[in-house]
Design a protein around this ligand. Sequence first.
Ligand code: GCU
Length: 430
Amino acid sequence: MRIKRFFPIAILLLMAHSSLSLAAEKFEPNYDESKVPEYTLPDPLVLSNGEKVTDAKTWKEVRRPEILNLFAEEVYGKTPEAPDLLRYQVIETSDEALDGKAIRKQVRIFFTQDKAEPKMDLLVYLPKESENPVPLMIGLNFYGNHTIHSDPAIILSDSWMRKNEDKGIVDNRATEDSRGASADRWAVDMILDRGYGLATAYYGDIDPDFDDGFQNGIQPLFYKEGQNKPAPDEWGSIGAWAYGLSRAMDYFEQDEDINENQVAVMGHSRLGKTSLWAGARDERFAIVISNDSGCGGAALSRRRFGETVARINNVFPHWFCDNFNKYNDNESALPVDQHMLIALIAPRPAYVASAVDDRWADPKGEFLSVVHAEPVYQLLGEPGFGATEIPEVDHPIMDTLGYHIRTGGHNVTDFDWKAYLDFADKHFGR
Ligand code: GCU
């Protein structure tokens, strides 16, 4: 009897599992604009009770918290409160970094008052010639701080890394070959020459980027008694990475060489999704920048162009909260869309960047998010940016909102950094 009952269930489970991976394998992205379904976006300026938002006070006190909560409960998951006190340790500093051009600081940030692990190592370069305190760009990196520059003094990360031979990763660990392996994505000299500091941390220090049921990373530090994974409305990895960015911000508030009122948060791809969510939640970030962030970032989910909600949840089940699965092939049921994520940043400046060949991330959908966030900026007395058509390739547009689509593919280039620095100069009055 037992065996009879067991078999059909096992077979069913097996079938369900293989059809899932089959769905992931067989996914065919739509790249045909004429096949984008018709959709109606939720209106950021209509309350959930149907009333219109017509003044800044109602936006700030009612609608903004409502939208923030919807993103927390349905998309990225709720995040723990900030700690009362940040525990950190300055591990290394130099006033003669990068041929004497920069000050370097390496700061270890802890996530609790007592535990040593997990820890996040923050690398900070500040321009030596500028008057302090300086404005700063912060972005998480994919393969360790030592990959952003060949500076031999950068501590080589000993954290778990995703496989990548090109980045010198052997057995999921960085090696000396990893040094400077991502330098082409980090315009360190340009940033310093323009008078900005740069801070970065390895995202895997906060939560390693693989699905282990949330046993590693910072989530377990916050489990209630008896809890062993986040609830369906609690944070996934993107939520954790964003939380890590906020802890870096806690540190900037304590460092007298950094102007904590002029910190721009920037991220690429999955880390662009992260910078948007970090900037939406944490209003201390003065400027928020998304580089090729795509699905679950700046791109409108309802367009289903390139990567879709179902596909991202199937392939990266740990990035969002479990509730986000409700919207797999069911985007119209979402109480939000990604233009509302940009709207949460208002009235602070936000910049979205796309690349022509990065169709997977849906450049047009990224642009439209900015367009549809604009009414919130206008309500708050900011001009937005006035564009209704995607601009010419390689021609950034910048007002309070900024956007460009550049030549090339999914990457971060000097063109991107130059635009972000121009945008920051404009808003920081430099
Ligand atoms: C995959 C994923 C994207 C993500 C990208 C990245 O392509 O589908 O959503 O942005 O990885 O982070 O590099």
